[in-house]
Design a protein around this ligand. Structure first.
Ligand SMILES: [Fe+2]
Length: 454
């Protein structure tokens, strides 16, 4: 038998990322008439969008890293109980244009120090939809996945925008951080509900650590200065310029939302890393933070993240602003990533969180379930997909929701039997599949999505 080489391997993508759930797709599709099992709730009108890395079909140069290839958006429009279409489009970045020889993007000059692949997340705020990567400006897109151009908030944001902005569910303001390898290492920005930049602050930190995410409670913001730090040499080895360095220590800075750097209080915690935070909230002078915690992350000598054998578990830290005491405990032994909550609870006490169950083991990522964790009972439940591989599940609340989990989860689930993906809509309160919409192609395992209501 002649061994087969996938198209992606032909272009120099390592075997693990060229096959199965990770394998890139090379066709941009618009597909109507999608086969469906179950029923789409009548009240869901909008587009589910998700971003992720998808290198184009040209020879890949340098060390391949899962986190860095060109962003591709995948979207499904839902209307009146139907799935109207599925689309996938590369974000038309200048990084992509340089590889394909296509026209460069319109809009503001970028602030990125390296080619901005805009591959990490997507957010809707103040009437705009933005594709995000944490080291450059956002790219504005529309809900048919067309790229409109780079966006710098009317010339007001001249710093990289985090892939994890937080929107206050009451005020409608959007809060951002910028971090980078050179001073100022950390900045904090507030965008009004009108989309105008209201405030930027430089936050003093010990050095350039990887601040992929952060957190926000009702009145405070939380910055994570954790021991994964900038190292240009590690970029040559791994294709990613941040690595574990326990000597950096680990601390969480807590600052009033309307404060400045001098108002931040820094709390030492045991060295660890969290890629994402689940949520934070405050009560009576005590700030609570939840996040899936890795014991270590990006260790030297293990350049491929998939070879690291890391798993993260849902932890809770408490920070007492009066006494300075820090508490930490494990909430769940399960390995999880991609935590999400009902975003009406952002910064407020939540009871329920969702995540993808699974771990990075020897040379593969085994994500196999959507996990729902209930803080009131301490119990988590997992929903599996007959061998399918779910990606991040976002929560969309029901129109007249009567409880925190009254709504639906949406996730692209890779079906290895079809070598294609489904959009699965899950009734969140029952943790049961509500609808399975068959897509014509694979949605490669990627990063973050959002629901843009019509
Ligand atoms: Fe992320």
């Amino acid at each position: 038998m002649i061994p087969t080489v996938s198209s992606a391997e032909h272009f120099g993508i390592p075997h693990t990322y060229a096959n199965g759930a990770f394998a890139p797709v090379y066709e941009e599709r618009t597909s109507w008439h999608l086969p469906m099992r179950g029923s789409v709730p009548d009240e869901l009108h909008g587009v589910f969008l998700r971003n992720g890395p998808n290198p184009p079909p040209v020879p890949f140069e340098g060390a391949y890293h899962w986190f860095t290839p060109d962003g591709m958006l995948h979207g499904v429009k839902l209307h009146a109980g139907r799935a109207v279409w599925y689309r996938n489009r590369w974000v038309r970045t200048d990084a992509l244009a340089a590889k394909l020889g296509t026209p460069v993007a319109h809009g503001a000059d970028d602030v990125a120090l390296v080619p901005n692949t805009s591959n990490t997340a997507v957010v809707a705020h103040a009437g705009r939809v933005l594709s995000l990567a944490e080291y450059g400006l956002p790219y504005e897109v529309d809900t048919e996945l067309n790229t409109l151009g780079r966006y710098d908030f009317h010339g007001q944001l001249r710093a990289p925008m985090t892939a994890h902005p937080k929107i206050d569910p009451v005020s409608g303001e959007m809060f951002l951080i910028s971090f980078g390898p050179f001073p100022p290492y950390l900045q904090y920005h507030v965008i009004g509900r009108d989309g105008r930049l209201q405030r930027s602050e430089i936050i003093d930190v010990a050095g350039p650590s990887l601040m992929h995410d952060w957190a926000m409670s009702e009145n405070h913001v939380l910055f994570f200065d954790l021991p994964v730090v900038f190292d240009a040499d590690y970029f040559v080895e791994s294709g990613f310029p941040y690595r574990w360095n326990a000597e950096h220590g680990a601390r969480v800075g807590i600052m009033p939302k309307n404060g400045a750097s001098a108002d931040a209080r820094w709390f030492e915690i045991d060295p660890c890393y969290f890629v994402h935070s689940t949520n934070a909230f405050e009560h009576d002078g005590v700030i609570t933070l939840e996040a899936p915690r890795y014991p270590t992350f990006m260790e030297p000598g293990k350049p491929d993240i998939l070879a690291q054998g890391v798993r993260s578990q849902l932890h809770r830290w408490t920070f007492d602003l009066r006494t300075g005491r820090v508490g930490e405990d494990v909430l769940d032994e399960r390995a999880v990533e991609f935590p999400r909550i009902n975003e009406r609870r952002t910064g407020r006490q939540h009871a329920i969180s969702y995540a993808i169950g699974g771990e990075i083991t020897e040379a593969t990522v085994r994500f196999e379930s959507i996990v729902k964790h209930d803080n009131r009972t301490g119990v988590s439940r997992a929903l599996t997909f007959d061998g399918g591989v779910p990606s991040e599940a976002i929560f969309v609340p029901a129109k007249d929701a009567t409880s925190e989990d009254d709504g639906w989860l949406m996730s692209f689930v890779y079906d290895p039997k079809r070598d294609a993906s489904d959009l699965v809509i899950v009734d969140a309160s029952r943790l049961a599949v509500q609808a399975t919409i068959e897509l014509p192609a694979r949605v490669p395992f990627g990063f973050h999505g959002t629901w843009v209501a019509a």
